[in-house]
Design a protein around this ligand. Structure first.
Ligand code: ADP
Ligand code: MG
Length: 729
């Protein structure tokens, strides 16, 4: 079948699809009630009769404190989970972990064991629960392991519950684990996150103790990750090698109607998509993932899902499972889900908003403005600390979201720019300004804000003035970090953010101790602390439209970094001054940072290389042949016209236009090809070449492809168009 016939066929298939129902897997079929099946696939030790209540308490303690569980206790858990998993249909188990390139990794073992008499039994040995030794030599390690040890091991993360993964024909027990080298270097995403959660907790507790909050002994980082994605009909997928190879389209001319009417956003969810969303939520809820919100996003074909927030470690695991489930369930509904940051040029890309906050063990959200002045000065100081952290480590925070797909998006029309700034809203901004100038501040329409003698700061709880263009925005009781890419593991950006904030808390405790020792009242000490940080860091506060050129200019004046590409951003990992805070906070050592630099840069380079090669192939195999085919048809008309003495001026003009376009295309193709041939052994050189030379050339080439696409008759064009892909029926 020719490409254009295949495309026509795919269109037929796609347009005749009907919504797919699904059969719930449990007894709650007739009246689905989420609370009946929520967490059905999650091992909840609290519900296990075979686990003594003392051990249940110990499990809670261990999972909150990060301590070790004794072998004897682990044995009881191993037995209980074996019975639970196998009686729920699991035949295999695996250590489930998050390698550095994102995604999750697993290696299955069956529960089969032979007892002393050679009889088959189900067994998960305690050591198989606690530790695994995946033959992981192929996992990315950035040269790390060769310098210590060949192998790494996975170790059970007690704080994230075990769960069952359901395949078409069987279930697997997944044991969430961290993946480290024999000498303890973090080879994964989770380990750093756990360390950063712990250090942030310790630093904030210390700070709160200075303020007399002796009831606090732990602080939890919470995160709610809003996940954006695109759905396209499955029938088109294999007709576009770029989607298969790179997860995004590498060219495609934009439809006249795209997102300018804003009619997709929050619009009625298409029936087929709704059927998919129903099943996705069902699966997520069975996995104990508190999926809450779903809606159409801004671009046609784009959607979002968000859970109720949970602690950062769980949230990071859940987001991985969610991404995997989105893809799986989409397939069952004859869709392909695209989690790429920029699958279509010209319409919005996809990100992941990380809603981030800290909560103490008494249940106080430390980012919630309270009702009393005492709590509000604390709140204002904590926000000032976070602003200082973002200002000081904007480059590292930018680095944490550096990934090839995000480079297509950041700085684009719809995405936060490469400049990290903080949105506070008018109320908070004014309060800080008042504090800085030592003046009273009163505002009639924003509630009571009075910093006078008997200061009572009343911060309106719902600061709804939300600026969607800010990469880091205060949204009432949390910050929303919006620059994270849709395909990324959220654990790494959370790790960097936690470390940056922990560092400033550490210094703040010392400062506060000094102020209090000088005899300052608590309120005065907090105000002094706020002033201390805010005088420099207020430069990072920006409430305006972050997508404008004026902001880029203004940011430059304010000396805020504007890091445009991934290779540039990754250099922070090699810059000891810029990345030392993560070492000081005990989150990574320099070797681990170097490892991340190598892995992330190589990851970027290889992905970009795949994109380039795919684009070049598609130009030769699809675009040029289609243009030549059309030219041939026109030539026939011109020749026939000459014989019949009929004018063929339009045909000749079209041939001329095609000639110019294909010549450009061919030259651009060769230019990019030549560049690609310059691939070096030095990944830094490659990164620089790809970001600064290849990417602009790819855009140029894509634009020529789009012109050809627009000129050629639709029935001679074999590559599914944006028109086909974006408007799901
Ligand atoms: P938006 O309108 O910003 O897109 P959504 O409802 O899509 O809001 O997502 C908001 C996310 O923020 C949810 O995951 C929600 O649970 C989470 N969230 C709410 N409060 C907090 C908090 N205090 N800390 C962290 N995340 C929070
Ligand atoms: Mg949302």
């Amino acid at each position: 079948m020719s490409n254009s016939k295949a495309r026509k066929h795919a269109k037929q298939t796609a347009s005749h699809r009907i919504p797919c129902g699904f059969t719930p897997k449990d007894q709650y079929t007739s009246h689905p009630n989420i609370s009946d099946y929520f967490g059905a696939n999650v091992f909840d030790f609290n519900k296990m009769d075979s686990i003594p209540s003392a051990l249940k308490e110990r499990m809670i303690e261990v999972s909150q404190s990060g301590q070790q569980l004794s072998r004897e206790h682990a044995e009881i858990i191993a037995k209980a989970v074996t019975i639970w998993a196998t009686s729920n249909g699991a035949t295999h188990f695996c250590h489930w972990f998050q390698p550095l390139t994102g995604g999750s990794a697993e290696k299955h073992d069956s529960f089969l064991s032979l007892n002393s008499e050679g009889k088959p039994i189900n067994k998960l040995h305690v050591m198989q629960l606690i530790q695994g030794e995946p033959d992981a030599s192929s996992f990315p390690h950035g040269g790390g392991r060769s310098t210590f040890e060949a192998r790494g091991y996975t170790s059970w993360d007690i704080s994230s519950p075990m769960f069952l993964q359901e395949g078409e024909s069987g279930k697997i027990l997944c044991i969430p684990t961290a993946f480290v080298s024999y000498t303890g270097e973090a080879l994964d995403i989770k380990t750093g996150l756990l360390r950063s959660n712990a250090v942030l907790s310790a630093e904030v507790v210390k700070f709160l103790h200075q303020l007399g909050k002796s009831d606090v002994d732990k602080v939890t980082v919470n995160c709610g990750a809003e996940q954006e994605y695109f759905l396209i009909d499955k029938s088109y997928y294999h007709l576009r090698p770029d989607l298969v190879m790179a997860g995004c389209t590498l060219f495609g001319s934009l439809t006249n109607r795209n997102q300018q009417l804003n009619d997709h956003y929050f619009g009625k969810v298409p029936h087929r998509v709704l059927a998919f969303m129903q099943e996705l939520d069902y699966e997520l809820h069975r996995m104990g993932i508190p999926s809450k919100t779903r809606h159409n996003e801004v671009a046609p074909g784009q959607f979002e899902i968000a859970p109720i927030f949970s602690n950062a470690n769980l949230s990071a695991d859940h987001n991985q499972i969610t991404m995997a489930l989105i893809k799986d369930v989409a397939e069952r509904h004859n869709f392909v889900a695209l989690l790429h940051e920029k699958p279509f040029a010209g319409v919005n890309g996809s990100g992941k908003h990380l809603n981030w906050s800290m909560c103490d063990n008494t249940g106080r959200n430390l980012l919630s403005p309270g009702d009393r002045p005492e709590s509000n000065y604390r709140f204002l100081a904590i926000v000032a600390i976070i602003i200082e952290a973002v200002h000081r480590h904007a480059d590292a925070i930018r680095m944490s979201i550096a990934v090839h797909g995000n480079d297509h998006r950041l700085g684009g029309n719809e995405a936060p720019p490469g400049i990290i700034s903080v949105f506070l809203g008018d109320t908070l901004t004014n309060i800080y300004q008042a504090i800085m100038s030592g003046k009273d501040f009163k505002s009639s329409d924003l509630g009571m804000i009075d910093l006078g003698a008997n200061a009572l700061v009343h911060v309106p709880k719902d600061n709804t003035d939300r600026n969607r263009t800010s990469p880091f925005a205060f949204t009432g009781n949390r910050f929303e970090f919006r620059a994270c890419g849709s395909s990324q593991a959220i654990g790494f950006p959370l790790t960097v953010l936690n470390s940056a904030v922990a560092e400033v808390f550490h210094q703040s405790s010392d400062l506060l101790q000094g102020y209090l020792a000088q005899g300052m009242e608590q309120k005065q000490a907090l105000l002094t602390l706020i002033k201390h940080w805010h005088k420099n860091s207020s430069a990072v506060v920006f409430n305006g439209d972050g997508y404008t050129d004026e902001w880029a200019k203004e940011a430059k004046k304010r000396k805020l970094p504007n890091i445009k590409s991934t290779p540039e951003a990754l250099q922070i990992l090699q810059d000891k001054n810029a990345s030392k805070f993560m070492v000081d906070m005990g989150v990574f050592n320099f070797k681990e940072l170097e490892m991340r630099f190598n892995v992330m840069l190589e990851h970027y380079n290889l992905h970009r290389q795949i994109e380039i090669r795919t684009l070049l192939d598609m130009v030769r195999q699809y675009v040029l042949p289609a243009a030549i085919n059309y030219k041939g048809k026109l030539l026939t008309v011109v020749c026939n016209g000459q014989q019949a003495k009929i004018k063929t001026e339009v045909e000749k003009k079209l041939i001329d236009t095609l000639e110019t376009l294909t010549t450009d295309l061919y030259l651009q193709h060769n230019k990019l090809q030549k560049l690609e041939d310059r691939w070096s052994d030095d990944q830094k050189v490659n990164g620089e070449m790809l970001a600064n030379s290849a990417l602009p050339m790819m855009r140029e080439l894509a634009s020529s492809c789009n012109q050809v696409e627009s000129l050629i008759p639709d029935d001679l064009w074999g590559v599914p168009k944006y028109y086909d892909l974006l408007f799901i029926r």
